[in-house]
Design a binder for this molecule. Structure first.
Ligand code: A2P
Length: 269
C-alpha cells in the first residue's frame, strides 16, 4: 500500500495566513539550479505568472522569500524553480529539501506578470534570464495565454548551456502536453548563453539592439501595434530590457492600468 503523506511536519503551530504543504518532487539541474513541487491547498487560487512568499518550518520565525509560481493556475500541484545560494537565508536549506518534507507558503499570491496587465496584441515576448524563466513556465502552460496571443516567444539567457535545460525541457513538454499542446503551437523558445559557446549567444538586450534576435526568429522588430512584452530577471536586466522596449515605443503597464509591457524582478537572493 502506498502511504500518501499530506500532513504538515512542523515543530510549531502554523499561523493563520500560511499553508504548510508537502514536497511531492525535487529535480536538480546543476549544482546551482533545481525545481520542486508541493501539494496544492484546495482553497489556493492564483493567476498564472504570479508569485507567492515561501519558507521552511526550520525556525519559530521562518524566513520567507518571494518565489514565482512556475506551474499554471490549473495544475494540481505548485511548482517552483530556484537557485541555490550557499549562505542564502532560505536557499541554503531549501536546496536540501526532499519528497515528504514541508514547505510553508503564504496564502496571498500577487504579481504583474499576468495576461490581464497587458493590452491585447498579436505577439507576446517573454524575456527572461536565469531563474526569471519561472513565471513564464507558468504562463506558457496556460491556455489563456494562447487565447490572447497568436504567437508567444520566450527568450531565456543564461551564462552557461546547462542552465538552459529547465526551459528547454519545459517547452518540449508543453508542446507534447494533451491540454496545452494543441494551443501551444505558436510557442517558440529562443535560448542564448553569454559565457559558453552555444548556437545563439549574447545578452537579449544586445541581440535586440543589433536586430539579430529578430533575424534569427524571422520576425519584424518589436512594435507597439503588434508586440507585447513581459520581463523577469535581475535588477540590471530588468532595467536594460525595459529601456529597450521603451525604445521600441512600448509602455509599462500594471494590473490597474494595462499597457504594452510588464516587469517583475526575480526575487530570490
Ligand atoms: P552576462 O554573462 O553577460 O552577465 P546573472 O546570473 O548575473 O543574473 O545573469 C544571468 C544572465 O543574464 C547572464 O547571461 C547575463 O549575461 C545576463 N545579464 C546580466 N545582466 C544583464 C543586463 N543588464 N541585461 C541583459 N542581460 C543581462
Amino acid at each position: 500500500m502506498t502511504l500518501v503523506i499530506n500532513t504538515p511536519n512542523t515543530d510549531f503551530p502554523v499561523p493563520t495566513g500560511i499553508f504548510a504543504q508537502v514536497v511531492t518532487s525535487v529535480e536538480h539541474f546543476t549544482d546551482q539550479l533545481f525545481k520542486f513541487r508541493i501539494s496544492r491547498p484546495d482553497s489556493f487560487r492564483f493567476r498564472s505568472g504570479e508569485f507567492v512568499m515561501i519558507g521552511l518550518p526550520n525556525a519559530e520565525k521562518p524566513v520567507f522569500r518571494a518565489y514565482s509560481i512556475a506551474s499554471p493556475s490549473w495544475d494540481e500541484e505548485i511548482e517552483f524553480y530556484s537557485i541555490k545560494v550557499e549562505d542564502g537565508p532560505l536557499t541554503e536549506y531549501l536546496q536540501k529539501i526532499k519528497v515528504g518534507d514541508t514547505v510553508l507558503m503564504r496564502k496571498k499570491p500577487t504579481g504583474t506578470l499576468v495576461n490581464d496587465a497587458l493590452l491585447p496584441g498579436k505577439r507576446l515576448w517573454m524575456f527572461s534570464t536565469g531563474t526569471g524563466i519561472a513565471p513564464f513556465a507558468s504562463l506558457i502552460r496556460d491556455p489563456d495565454t494562447y487565447e490572447k496571443f497568436d504567437e508567444v516567444i520566450l527568450t531565456h539567457t543564461c551564462r552557461k548551456v546547462a542552465e538552459l535545460t529547465y526551459g528547454q525541457q519545459l517547452v518540449a513538454a508543453v508542446k507534447d502536453d494533451p491540454l496545452c499542446g494543441e494551443f501551444a503551437q505558436g510557442l517558440r523558445l529562443y535560448s542564448t548563453t553569454t559565457r559558453e559557446d552555444y548556437p545563439f549567444q549574447g545578452r537579449i538586450t544586445d541581440l535586440m539592439a543589433s536586430g539579430k534576435v529578430f533575424t534569427d526568429l524571422g520576425v519584424p522588430p518589436i512594435s507597439a501595434e503588434i508586440d507585447r512584452g513581459m520581463i523577469c530577471g535581475s535588477m540590471a536586466m530588468l532595467h536594460d530590457t525595459k529601456a529597450a522596449l521603451i525604445g521600441f515605443g512600448l509602455a509599462e503597464g500594471s494590473n490597474n492600468r494595462p499597457d504594452t509591457f510588464v516587469v517583475e524582478r526575480a526575487f530570490v537572493d
